[in-house]
Design a protein around this ligand. Sequence first.
Ligand code: BJW
Length: 253
Amino acid sequence: MDAPSPLPANWRPPPGPVFVLSGAGLSAASGIGTFRGPGGLWEGQRADELATPRAFRDDPDRVRRFYDARRAVVLAATPNPGHLALLRLQAAWGRERVHLVTQNVDGLFDVAADPTRNRTIEMHGSLLRLRCASDEDHPVVSPWPGAATAEQDPDVGCAVCGARLRPDVVWFGEVPDHVLLIHRLAIASRTFLSVGTSGVVYPAAGLVDKARQGGAVCIEVNPEPAGGAFHYVVAAPAETALPGLVDQWLGAA
Ligand code: BJW
């Protein structure tokens, strides 16, 4: 497979569905640290080591405090020009054509948009919701108990069985949300745009292969591109690259 080349300045998506996969890099300019970048440590431990069922089993209070700290950052954050550009594209071309799939749990697309119009697919859940740690079929708790602050009230358990509550996010070894829909949309896409993800976590990391096999043109926006199956690369931060890219695609530039 040839190495990706820089996206030509006048390139525009062909007719047909556009699949956008975003990762932590999209929210970096909003002040939310990435997992594997310099901000990916909490009390000396790697964030992706705390985002595991094992960490929760071993020390649930530590994991709760980790998510409390991240929730505080998220609540203070606002969407950046990268989020706004993607929502502009979806508003212009419709949510039946533009599918915004995010690995991020920060809810920043929802903050930026009218939730009745925005259709973002959150494949790794949201840290703004909790669920029963014992039975995932018990009702989701939203907002989190103690919502006057960023901190989850540790004394409130599941309303059905009383078990401890955990963040409604997807940890390693758990099946991502909406995974069948996401695979179907990736395969059917004609343009696949990856924004701010390192491409190391599956199944998200394999979506570009599915899209390419299905005939999509695959583009990566990342200041440190991962490469792989992409045709084109925009080696720049999302918050500076996406507004111009979307203008170009919408014919405004
Ligand atoms: C910028 C920027 C700017 C910086 N602008 N860019 C061996 C092989 C293959 C798979 C496995 C394996 N062993 C185990 C697995 C499976 C495992 C996995 O993939 N492990 C790998 C680590 C090897 N996956 C799973 O367990 C998943 N489940 C699963 O596979 O179930 C089986 C199944 C699947 C499908 C159908 C049926 C069954 C679950 C994965 C769950 C991931 N969970 C987390 C935590 C979520 C909750 C939370 O947030 O706390 O999700 S881990 C963490 O990583 C988080 C992220 O969503 C995810 C991806 O990280 P992301 O977004 O890519 O962030 P970074 O930090 O890695 O990268 C940031 C990028 O931004 C960098 O590239 C920067 O350059 C860039 N950047 N500034 C644009 N301004």
